[in-house]
Write a protein that binds this ligand. Sequence first.
Ligand SMILES: Cc1ncc(COP(=O)(O)O)c(C=O)c1O
Length: 456
Amino acid sequence: MKSEYDVSLEGAPRIVTDLPGPKSREMLKRQDKYETHTRTYTNIFQLAVNRASGSTIEDMDGNLFIDWFAGICVLNLGHNHPVVREAMEEQLDKLVHINEIPSEVRVEFLETLESVLPGKLRNKSKVMFTVTGADACEAAISLGRFVSKKKTIVAFGGAYHGVAGDIIGATANHHYRDYAGLSANNIYHLPFPYTYRFPVKVPEEDISKVVVDQLEYLIKDPYSGPGAIGGVLVEPIQGEGGYIVPPDDFLPMLREVTEKHSVPLIIDEVQTGVGRTGKIWASEHYGITPDIMCISKSIGGGLPTSMIAYREEYDSDLPPGFHFGTYRGNPLALAAGNAILNYLKTSNLLDRVTQKGEYIKKRFEELKDRVPQIGEVRGKGFMIAAEMVKDRKTREPNPELTTKSKTSMFKRGLLMHTCGHYSNVLRHMAPLTIPDNLIEKGLEVFEASILENTRK
Ligand SMILES: Cc1ncc(COP(=O)(O)O)c(C=O)c1O
């Protein structure tokens, strides 16, 4: 089946030159001359892009790649999706930037977003626009600290919430500083219930309880060490940490204990949101309502935008200008976001993601049966991981094999990225609209590349 509105370029994967090809090499050289060498993605995928459409990326030399990384979950509908493109084009004629002043696109976006928020946030929450994922997370913890009047935030090992912060310390107006600018001293990390590598040897079914009991101890006991807990920040499924799906009881237990102690529960849906896991929000799999939710990546259809949605009552005492910024709620991004959410609401795409996600996971598991270096396969929807190890028994991470396999995939025309504590997890995060034939072709490349690198 070709998925609705799929605009992938025909013929992928197609590799017609050595990689990187001569034109890509030239472009990489020109980039190198001026742009910092600290870039990471140019080292991961050595190509220069000519164009991208659907689930395909064509380089400057005519090589055509299958895209299994979607700009790190930024393009859930794929590149150049007609629904997104039309919405942006229409908005382009009307308005490209204005600071917070209402326009149709902003208000329509707010109304659509509210109509799809999880649980008790739906149609009853407030929204604060931010710009990036990290910015949304900053706003979220500032808000948690403001409403709780407590300083310490609990996060989790393996968490990724962005790279920002501290510049607030250079802003002279204290108005902006009272609740922002969290130093690392005010963050306490608990282990995430990563069943494959949980540091405490307890039966798997007890892991959530061990973590949540520890949290409750931190909250309740004034001598526990980290100080009064003003919020718990968690990814419902960890992204950069390794596509780690917690046990089913973890988030409900976390919800229960934070509610019991009136500690704001901040759910970071930056990577998991906007349909990635087969529901609009991953929180929905667990039937929980966050107090504060961070949203970014695919909500902007490729343009940077983000926001937090939170309990209405949190809003009333906030001072004007709480968490400030110039680019909050870009009209083009909001037009895209509105179109994307409406598409997710009205199409059968999410059912397809669930179905196809299960199928892809099954194929990963079948490969695991043949390859002892695949330690674990896990995932939900289109967040699927294969964790690579040197030995199934010791579970020693195998980043070398992970990198080699990724390189082999690249050479065969599949862009697949990694993650994980030890960079030893291969992750599938293709656009949700990827057509069946590119799922199949991608799986063939995935399997062949791992077999090539594991065969004795
Ligand atoms: C869960 C999560 N939160 C926050 C961020 C940070 O987003 P940004 O890179 O837009 O700052 C990311 C980025 O990958 C993420 O995966």
